[in-house]
Design a binder for this molecule. Structure first.
Ligand SMILES: Cc1cc2nc3c(=O)[nH]c(=O)nc-3n(C[C@H](O)[C@H](O)[C@H](O)COP(=O)(O)OP(=O)(O)OC[C@H]3O[C@@H](n4cnc5c(N)ncnc54)[C@H](O)[C@@H]3O)c2cc1C
Length: 445
């Protein structure tokens, strides 16, 4: 059983297949792939190590760790243990797809099969199709068809003591990187299950009305657990009922499947516009653009909701969805920088950094993605702050400089006697001016 983004025992059909075929001789393998390790930020590396420690513990330490290119490591391990089959859950990302094809070919040379069972999605990419068998590019009809398509019931975790071989020659896991001021919550399957149970009991009922409020803990905070497969979306879906909160939550899980479906069909959209409709819009470069980018990355733009979001990202490796949209819009529409620059920064810092959801979340804001927000929509960072953080609690939590400002006044610190509080920057751009400039550039496209 080659674990990848499915670091759990419950509802893991590939693991069950491996155990039943292996009849007491199954080996559990995780490969630290230098290519993926190198391109991840420290936050995601730390999460992976925490999650692997948790998995290894639940396998009574019987997880074989090897480092290297899976194309050679997996066939080597298969040979070592005379494996007939290597079981995996399918990966649909551009890198994973290519890697798995190469591994399947290398294994085939030894007469070993690479067998895919299930994936990280409720409905795997490629399955939700229009009546003429073509794919959807718009979310709402995809969502309807996805709901009708349905998904299997979750399967139970293997019962009793784990019938895995005690592997020899396992490498120690790399040490988790030192994260400085970024603090991560507990990782692993048990943590994910606990979070889900708590969310379901106390917050799911209010999810539809609270999910847009960054000042409240209205969302599940399960994204990183889902990314590493510590819990499967099918497990969550099986627990949902018909309330408004349940419906809203189901819809968000469908976005995750939708973006994976889009990326699987259009691997190039990880780097380039999905739709080249805005390819002539000019973006800024040079020293001023670089200084503005640095201010955005550091949470020093002078716009409290933007700065709070960017500092939440650094302190937790996570940002509230509404604030992801506001900060993304600010980078693209107020600073006139390419979405790819912001997406790269998010991928570096996010503990849930996921190519499909991140690159298409950014393109939703940029107006180049699927059923995008109209390209001319420009989020106003002041009114968004006042609307979704009405008491100013969210911005004060991440911006200690504004700690003395009461209520909503924290969203407009410059209004106070004409000076901004000590240590908080002046606004780096005038939103009104940049909004007009953004629309001018879009019209000139
Ligand atoms: C610019 C931008 C970048 C983003 N980058 C990522 C990313 O790298 N990884 C990531 O998992 N999500 C990303 N999202 C989507 C969303 O912001 C996060 O999934 C969400 O904030 C995670 O918090 P949660 O688990 O509390 O979400 P909840 O509100 O509790 O939602 C439950 C789950 O549904 C899924 N989900 C919710 N909203 C979305 C969405 N808009 N798109 C896709 N899936 C969704 C997630 O798996 C999430 O954990 C991005 C959104 C934007 C606008």
């Amino acid at each position: 059983m080659w674990f990848r983004r499915d670091l759990r025992l419950a509802d893991n059909p590939a693991l069950l297949d491996a155990l039943s075929e292996g009849a007491g001789e199954t080996v559990g393998l995780f490969v630290i792939d230098p290519t993926l390790w190198r391109t991840s930020g420290d936050v995601r590396r730390a999460w992976l190590i925490g999650s692997l420690n948790a998995l290894s513990e639940s396998l009574d330490g019987r997880l074989l760790i090897r480092t290297g290119d899976p194309e050679s490591v997996v066939p080597d391990v298969a040979r070592e243990y005379a494996a007939r089959t290597v079981h995996i859950a399918a990966d649909f990302g551009p890198y994973g797809r290519k890697r798995d094809l190469a591994v399947a070919k290398a294994l085939g040379g030894n007469g070993t099969e690479l067998r895919e069972t299930g994936s990280a999605y409720a409905v795997s990419p490629g399955r939700v199709l229009k009546s003429d068998a073509t794919p959807y590019l718009v979310f709402t009809p995809f969502y309807r068809a996805w709901s009708t398509h349905g998904w299997r019931r979750p399967v139970a975790a293997p019962a009793g003591p784990m019938p895995l071989l005690d592997p020899s020659g396992s490498e120690p896991l790399p040490a988790a990187p030192e994260l400085g001021r970024t603090v991560l919550p507990p990782m692993g399957e048990a943590a994910a299950t606990l979070i889900w149970d708590g969310f379901r009991k106390s917050r799911l009922a209010h999810y539809a009305t609270q999910r847009d409020r960054p000042d409240q803990s209205g969302t599940s905070a399960l994204s990183a657990h889902l990314k590493w497969g510590e819990i499967h979306p099918r497990t969550l879906l099986a627990d949902l009922g018909s309330g408004a909160g349940d419906d809203a939550f189901r819809r968000q899980l469908a976005w995750r499947d939708f973006y994976a479906d889009i990326l699987a069909r259009h691997p190039g959209s990880a780097r380039n516009d999905l739709r080249p409709n805005l390819s002539h819009v000019t973006t800024d470069a040079g020293p001023t653009a670089e200084a503005r980018l640095l201010a955005w990355q550091s949470g020093l733009t002078g716009y409290p909701i933007v700065d709070a979001g960017m500092r939440q990202l650094r302190s937790q490796g996570w940002m509230h969805n509404r604030v992801r949209m506001i900060t993304a819009s600010f980078l693209i529409k107020d600073l006139h920088l390419p979405w790819q620059v912001g997406a790269r920064h998010f991928m570096h810092w996010l503990r849930d950094g996921d190519l499909a959801s991140n690159q298409h979340g950014w393109q939703w804001v940029a107006g180049t993605g699927t059923d995008a927000a109209p390209y001319y929509r420009v989020f106003n960072p002041i009114t968004q702050g006042l609307r979704f953080d009405p008491s100013g609690d969210y911005v004060r939590r991440y911006l200690p400089e504004l700690g003395t400002l009461t209520g909503a006044s924290a969203h407009e610190p410059w209004k106070l006697a004409g000076v901004v509080p000590f240590g908080y920057p002046e606004r780096i751009v005038d939103h009104g001016v940049e909004r007009t400039e953004s629309l001018r550039r879009l019209r000139a496209n």
